[in-house]
Each structure stands twice: as structure tokens, then as C-alpha cells.
Design a binder for this molecule. Sequence first.
Ligand code: DUC
Ligand code: ZN
Ligand code: ZN
Length: 480
Amino acid sequence: MSTILISGGTVVTASGTLDADVLVAGEKIAAVLAREVTGAGGTGEAAGGVGDSAAAVAADRVIDATGKYVLPGGIDVHTHMEMPFGGTFSADTFETGTRAAAWGGTTTIVDFAVQAKGTSLLATLDKWHAKADGNCAIDYGFHMIVSDVNDTTLKEMDACIAAGVNSFKMFMAYPGVFYATDGEILLAMQQAARSGATVMMHAENGIAIDQLVAQAIAAGRTDPVNHGLTRPPELEGEATSRAIVLAQVADCPLYIVHLSARQALAAVAEARDNGQNVFAETCPQYLFLSLDDLARPDFEGAKFVASPPLRSQEHQDSLWRGLRSNDLSVVSTDHCPFCFKDQKELGRGDFSKIPNGMPGVEHRMDLLHAGVVAGQLTLPRWVEVASTTPARMFGLYPRKGVIAAGSDADIVIYDPQARQTLSAATHHMNVDYSAYEGMELTGKVVTTLSRGRPVIDEGTYAGSTGHGAFLARGLNQYLV
Ligand code: DUC
Ligand code: ZN
Ligand code: ZN
């Protein structure tokens, strides 16, 4: 079994930082070897495997991580590779998307299998396995999008759970496509609750939104900014509150995806204060971009069309606060890239035809590190929202999400001083624009290990298609 010693770095986990060397044996972390404990917060998970001094360890390879952070690999629990949407497909395949993820320090994704109306959940799952199997550079799991609630679907939810897919996304938006009525949502929540599975909700009031969209188009307001203006934050707040009530009645764990509005955050915070099993994620685009980007001239705003839409600036402060208070527990990307040329352009002259989604899987760790640099998050909180909590929320912990003896050696060596400029010219996602073009950041991935295998090795791609394995997941580990 080959061994790697990562020496001289600062191990960062959700519970603190520790000056320690990390010994990898085969696919697992064999030991965390403390050099010196750095005060309060320096003990905890990172110290779980403290053993011999590093000097005594011989390894096949030694990676010098002096001056670098050593992190558990990022876990992005919201991606859409090759997703059918709006008459086209998201532009990253499992191959290109997982490669880009690794460049950015993400070692696990959880993608969404999408049930089309009139099809079965199990056939859908087979289809998504066929897309991913043998193509991924890093490990992956699936959630299931339920868009057709009927007796067969409800029964199949249990079979999905047995197959390691125990989180089911539903939509209060997109009438006629993914939309589920309140009654259908209640039925699916009751079904999920019997097994302790989680319902994930796209919480926007799609019925009201469709009226606003029709009014805007009829009035000739067709530019991309109208995508945002016709999806006001109040309608995200309302849908979030309604989802919370339905989950309460069904006694079902609820996870609000891609939360963007302070009204929605307030509803989540209240439910959590009341002891309900309600959780939420936000995404970097809602922390760093705004309605002003959607309003960029010459159709450039189309690059920023995603749902829920980018919000005005004041929502960003609430979201950062929510991340600190843990009312927002996770940051995922909702990576759903569509090229500007030929895909976003489908909506020239009618914003409602612009495919909804933005690229981001490559830059989540870096953008959140920018939040650390700006004082919005602490280092351990960075790791917590980007890796440890996603692992616990979606039943992957402690195999993933922590640097500890016995865990998978999914490890990122991160240079906190390196400078980089985000650009479509240098990113690895299969999309012809960057939502963050020209943004200068401090911090960059040097090396990414997936189960002990270098995928990014000192700034060079060293991975292989098909290394990534399917992860059957357990239940949410936060239920109260
Ligand atoms: N919701 C998502 O979660 N992803 C892409 C589009 C959408 O509306
Ligand atoms: Zn959604
Ligand atoms: Zn999504």
C-alpha cells in the first residue's frame, strides 16, 4: 500500500486548526501527527488521530505543505452535470465537471437525478448512474428530483433510499415542468418522513411568478434583468414559509436549497428556533453577485440568470450573517452551466427562455476563502460549511468531511497566499464565460487528493476519468 506524508502544514477542520502532518496509507488517512497544538480550538477532530511524531514516519512520498492549509476535500451537494433544462443540457458532463471541481478543491459532488414526468424514479436513477459511471474524477452521490408524484413514485422513494439516495428535491416553481402542488409535496414529505429521508425544496411561488413573467413579456420588458424583477424575494419567503409548514405537518426533515432572500432566511431561522428539522444552503453567487449583474447591458445579464435570481445587495449581508449563525449550514454551488453562445442566447428577446443556471463548481472553495480573508467567516467555519456539514447533512460523515484517522484521504493542500484572477480563459469548467471574470482572489488549491490519489498535483492535473466512485449515502445526521 503506498503512503504519502503531508508535512509541515496547518490542518484546518471544522473544530479548529492544528500544526500537524498527515499520513495517508492507500485510500485512507492513517494518522494525524501533531507537531504542536495551537491553543484553544487546536484540539478536537483534527487531533483524533494524533500519534507518533512525524520525524519517525517514512513514506513513499513526502509533500511539503509548509505555509499551506491542509483541508478535508470540499463537498458540493448541489450540482447539475448534463442536466436537461429549457430544451438544452447543462454544459458540463460528469467528466468535465468533476475535473473542474477537483481543480477547485472539491472532492465529492452530490448531483441531481431528474425524474421526467411519466417516468419512474428507479429508471431515472439508472439513467444517471449510466451518465456518471466510469466518467468521474472524484466521488459522487445523487439526490432525486421528484417531479411526478403518484402511487408508484411514492413507493419507489423507499427503493431509492435503499440504493443510497435518500434526499428528494421538489419544486414549488416551474409550473408544468417540475412544479408540485402543495398536496403532492405533502404526500412526498409524508413518505420521506417514514424513513427519515430529507425533502429538499426549491422554494419560489411559481404560480405567482408565472403571472409576473407573462405581464413583463406582454409589456415588452424582455431583458435579462426582468428575470430578477419577476421573481421578487417575497415570493421566495412565502414559498419557504409554506414548505416549512408542510414539513411540520408531515414531520419531515426539510432542506431549503439555494436560499437567496433574507425573507426566506428569516423563515428558516424561526423554524430552527422552534426546534424543527429545517436546514438551508446558500451559494456563492448569492454572496458575491447581485441584481446589478443581471442588469448588465447587451444581454450580458443572461450570464447571471439562475433561479432564485440574484438579489439586491442588502440580502448579501443577511446571508453572510446566516452562515455565521448557522441558520445557513451549507454553501453549495447549484453548478448548472449554460454557454453564453447558443444556450443563454436562446432567450434573446425573451428572458423567460434563458436557461436557468450558472457555472460555479470550480470556485466555491476559493470564493468562500475570500469570505475568510474579508472577515466574514473563520477558517474552521469555512471548512464546516464547505465540507464537514455537507458530509453530515447528507450521510457521508465521517468517511468524508474531516481530516481524521480512518477517513477517506480526500485532502486539499491550499495556499492561502497565492493570488489568482478568475477567468473563462483559465477555468476548467466546460462553459464559455465566467460569472466572476476578472475577480482577483487570494488563495488557491495546490494539490487535491481523492482517496489518496492526486487529482491535482502541485498545479497539474493528475487525475483519471473513472477514478470517482458512487457513494451510497446514509441519513441526515443533524435530526433533532
Ligand atoms: N434550480 C436548481 O436547483 N438548479 C437549476 C435551476 C433551478 O431552478
Ligand atoms: Zn432549484
Ligand atoms: Zn440546482
